[in-house]
Design a protein around this ligand. Structure first.
Ligand code: FMN
Length: 200
């Protein structure tokens, strides 16, 4: 019970970040409006960064979806330490999160699977994310064939799901043109969230 409580983000902080994210999406000039960069640690101890679609910000953390057999999936199942960063240029906010990733439940994975386009579902099923392939052209034809032959309803493979990043610290930076950026760092101390202002 205590562990569950400890891992929940302060409600006001969730609301603050959710509000920033909502504003960022409304005015976004980007095609992929929810893209955030996550870094995992590979087997040699190097950070590996790539973009994913942020699905949700809630009291337990920041959720994204992926294949558990991808490089990032394997990294996180072995070492759950992870960071996330977002930069929303048009509103001047950077969000940085450091935490641990926990796989989402199959029920939640099913919910997100149903929101995916048919193409995304077919691509997940006909490829093994992060594994090698011989040529782009044969990859395209393999995909076209799989799409043509696909059933109307495609069920979620067990290897596809997602992770919720449970934060240990969160920094909200409001960019200032004079470089006196407003940096609020939130962190867990004695089971409650504290905030410190950092120099720019
Ligand atoms: C804007 C954007 C959004 C992406 N969203 C996702 C995503 O939500 N999930 C995912 O698995 N890959 C996503 N990708 C692809 C990843 O960046 C990455 O190439 C892929 O997941 C394989 O990474 P890995 O080999 O490190 O596991 C996205 C790429 C871009 C450019």
């Amino acid at each position: 019970m205590l562990t569950l409580w400890k891992s929940r983000i302060d409600e006001q902080l969730v609301n603050k970040i959710s509000q920033i994210w909502k504003t960022a999406k409304i005015n976004s000039p980007l095609n992929q409006k929810s893209a955030v960069c996550i870094s995992t640690i590979d087997s040699l101890g190097f950070p590996q960064a790539r973009f994913v679609d942020l699905k949700e910000i809630g009291p337990t953390g920041f959720t994204f979806c992926t294949s558990y057999n991808s490089d990032k999936g394997k990294h996180l199942l072995k070492n759950p330490n992870v960071s996330l960063v977002a930069w929303w240029d048009h509103i001047g906010y950077q969000i940085r999160v450091v935490g641990t990733a926990a796989p989402i439940s199959t029920k939640v994975a099913d919910k997100y699977w149903l929101t995916r386009s048919k193409e995304a579902q077919v691509a997940t099923n006909c490829f093994k994310q992060s594994e090698t392939w011989s040529s782009q052209a044969s990859m395209e034809s393999h995909f076209s064939k799989a799409l043509t032959e696909s059933e109307k309803s495609i069920s979620r493979p067990n290897s596809w799901g997602g992770f919720t990043i449970e934060p240990h610290s969160i920094e909200i930076l409001k960019f200032k043109p004079n470089r006196v950026h407003a940096r609020e760092k939130y962190f867990l101390e004695h089971q409650s969230w504290k905030m410190q202002l950092l120099q720019p």
